[in-house]
Design a protein around this ligand. Structure first.
Ligand code: GSH
Length: 250
């Protein structure tokens, strides 16, 4: 009997939410196992053992140095890319990196509208956004989220000059996202969402945690409409339960 997919992660993480939202929206059977970052569970031996026992490990390292600098925890394990979430287990196979995980699921379950197995051009357009995402959007959005949401809650000092710079970068990123990636389309690659939209959606909606006096998402009307379109999708509520609960307490 085929094994069930197991997704490991913390629902406060943008890349984890992207994978879970996609799985739920497409009704792909899976088990979700919580690895809570705030409790440092992603550093535990048990989580690490999962990778060690896996026959195949695929790691995509190109953006790792950036991610490491942005780490929530600044801990000794940060040089070990295997301590990041999400991770996906499918039988003997363990994958890390949300984009790789989503590409794998889409191709395995033939979700061609998300990432085509036959249309090379559609696939390239999705990949183009996903490659841009790490430095083009996530670097600035994570830094601003960390400084304005996480740091005050864990008593971490923030470098104001660096933050000011990243707020400017984030404005530029979102302007580019709106004018170049979205343009006049409903979604990044046309009328239907692809993997690119799932990744961008959870990263951009995460900025709702940043107080509006520092960053006002509603100043980007096309992004606002696109976010709202996505929020009506099946699977949104379940994948955003914790997100909404935390947001409602702000
Ligand atoms: N590029 C990775 C990013 C993964 C990532 O940064 N995960 C964060 C949570 S959002 C994490 O595990 N942080 C723990 C740490 O840095 O110690 C992906 O898309 O999967």
């Amino acid at each position: 009997m085929a094994s069930k997919l197991i997704l490991y992660g913390d629902m406060m993480s943008q890349p984890v939410r992207a994978v879970r939202f996609m799985l739920l929206n497409h009704k792909i059977p899976h088990v979700f196992k919580a690895v809570k970052i705030a409790s440092l569970e992603h550093l535990s031996d048990e989580y690490k053992r999962m990778y060690d026992q896996s026959k195949y490990i695929y790691i995509y390292l190109s953006n790792q140095s950036i991610e490491i600098k942005l780490t929530l925890l600044n801990c000794i394990y940060c040089s070990n890319p295997l301590h990041l979430i999400p991770a996906l287990q499918d039988g003997d196979l363990t994958l890390v990196e949300s984009h790789t995980i989503m590409r794998y699921i889409a191709q395995k379950y033939k979700l061609d509208q998300l990432y085509s197995t036959t249309d090379l051009i559609q696939r390239c357009k999705v990949d183009m956004y996903l490659d841009w995402h790490h430095l083009g959007l996530r670097k600035a959005s994570t830094m601003v989220f960390f400084s304005k949401f996480v740091a005050p809650r864990i008593g971490r000092a923030v470098n104001q000059a660096a933050l000011d710079m990243e707020i400017m970068n984030l404005q530029t990123s979102l302007s580019k996202f709106e004018s170049i990636w979205l343009g006049d389309k409903k979604f990044i690659v046309g009328d239907r969402p692809t993997l690119a939209d799932y990744s961008a959606f959870t990263e951009i909606s995460n900025l709702r945690f940043v107080p509006v006096e520092f960053f006002d998402l509603s100043k980007f009307p096309k992004i606002d409409a696109w976010l709202k379109r996505f929020e009506s999708f099946d699977g949104y509520e379940e994948s955003h339960l914790i997100f909404k609960k935390v947001l409602s307490k702000l």
